[in-house]
Design a binder for this molecule. Sequence first.
Ligand code: URA
Length: 243
Amino acid sequence: MRLDKILADSGFGTRSEVRKLISRGNAVVNGKVVRDASCKLGPEDELTCFGKPVEIHEGKSFYYLLLDKPDEVLTAMEDSRLPNVGDLIEDRYKNRGVSPVGRLDYHTTGLLILTNDGELSHRLTSPSYGISKTYLVRFSGDPLTDEEIAKAGSGITLTDTDVPVRLKPCEIVREAEDQARVILTEGKTHEVRRIMAHFGKEVISLRRIGIASLFLSEKSAPGDLRELTSEETELLKKAVWLS
Ligand code: URA
């Protein structure tokens, strides 16, 4: 298998990104720096990238996992202090370069995809693909008014930082006096919490329940982990023009 394909399949980036990192001398094969992306490797070769060992498999190369992220878990594969998503993933996936697609806050629970398919990961998070992310938010404060929902629907400007941030329109559906479904198509930092704060509400709990047409089952519980079915993977790929 070609060096650039192995590294792209192992989650080091898209083909063009891994070609750059190879030409910069970050891939080492059997102890020697290799700058030729087309170099052919077999299972007997030893490969490291940025000093990390990379397994060379002939078989299945991409993994797609669905984690119901628990509260108080960092969206990172490792951390020296805090519980993190990497603690919940088996080594056989970690060794294949699986990492989270986008990020959920420490206190946000719910649907997190992990994969070593760099291109899918990039497209699901890039604002240019406009993939919808659906959240259930419980909040304190007055119930959301029709006017607030309409304002969010035409795009609000957040003024909680030095530079005002114009948000894309988002859909808010009232679920109860203290609960709403929020559907975003971009991924600004703490976006749901900031939208709620803009309307004078404090978030009590936030749970992501959907990405594109993929939704958590009602029975899903924080900590649950499984591979996506091939149908679910296909739907995600179709949503970002990859199949
Ligand atoms: N919006 C937030 O505020 N937090 C998340 O974790 C995701 C979206």
